[in-house]
Design a protein around this ligand. Sequence first.
Ligand SMILES: *[C@@H]1O[C@H](CO)[C@@H](O)[C@H](O)[C@H]1NC(C)=O
Length: 337
Amino acid sequence: MKTRIVLFFICLSQALAWRHVESEEQLESALKNNKRALVAYIRPEDENSQLLEPEWLSAADSKPNLLSIDCSKLPKLCQKQGISSFPTIRLHQHDEHHIRYRGPRTAHSILGFLERVNRPPISHVTTKNMTAFQSIDDVVFIGHLDSKFDKESFTTLAKKYSDRFSFALSSATSSSPRVTCFNNLDTLSHSTGDLSTQSLNAFVKLCSTPLIAEMTRSNELDYYSSGKSIIHYFPSSSQDQESYIIAMRPLAKKYKEYLHFVITHSREFPEAIEMMGLGGLKPGNGRLSVQKGQDVFPYFDGGDLRNPEVVEGFLGDIIRGKVGAWGGQGRGGHDEL
Ligand SMILES: *[C@@H]1O[C@H](CO)[C@@H](O)[C@H](O)[C@H]1NC(C)=O
């Protein structure tokens, strides 16, 4: 019995650590023996690589073709592959052509990507199998198009984004040419009849931006230029982030015309905690602050921020003027530390 328990823990600890490719030869033979292999190039000392580890291992549980390389141990190999940021995730294909994985570094998204690349960039659906296709991926686009020209521009769009989203052309006769999309994570759908290249690209962005997304240096301008108030959430861990997003989705949907719910990370914006008036709060829990024009309203009341009623109540207090804007120093009126 005791040995069984010990063995169990040995297996468990092996399962819960990176299993890196040991040498260039091993990578080459793995690539040769598989039509496709997904490879993560990581550096163990790098924070984003550490964040990937549990997600990668959980994805690797169901897909044995996931390989990883420790670029601190095999720097020459990584250099030869042209890897300059960590982690880089790449799908190597038989013809030596590779696709860079650009999605969220979660097991769910990585597995979705592997499913997607196994399908053609554009599928064909009929009235019979269209509904099934609508939920085949997190974000799905279906073209209801008649003219050869429209079909071609939709196919070009599909090829451009086929590593991130799923596309199909419908053969059902359509009254008006249009593209519809299904964001299955947020259960939102949209439709457009404007089929110019520029608006189709904007449509892809509209459909694929999650209701509650991470703010980054490259998308912050989109949020700030919209004129909507921004609700920043600084999660305490990736699990905390995940549960906050799930809990807050209905609220984000209800107020999407007026508010942006975003996840803000201090690792991306080191000065943000202070700027949002949250400097005095212990980092052990998630922290929230509302940015309304020039004003900032940090949440100090200590309620459970993964409860939408707490957040909605706080928003109501701001609107009714019950909570004043933060004065730019120290804590607000409340004190619970
Ligand atoms: C939908 O059905 C049609 C006709 O049977 C078939 O050709 C097509 O490949 C199917 N599409 C998908 C995505 O399964």
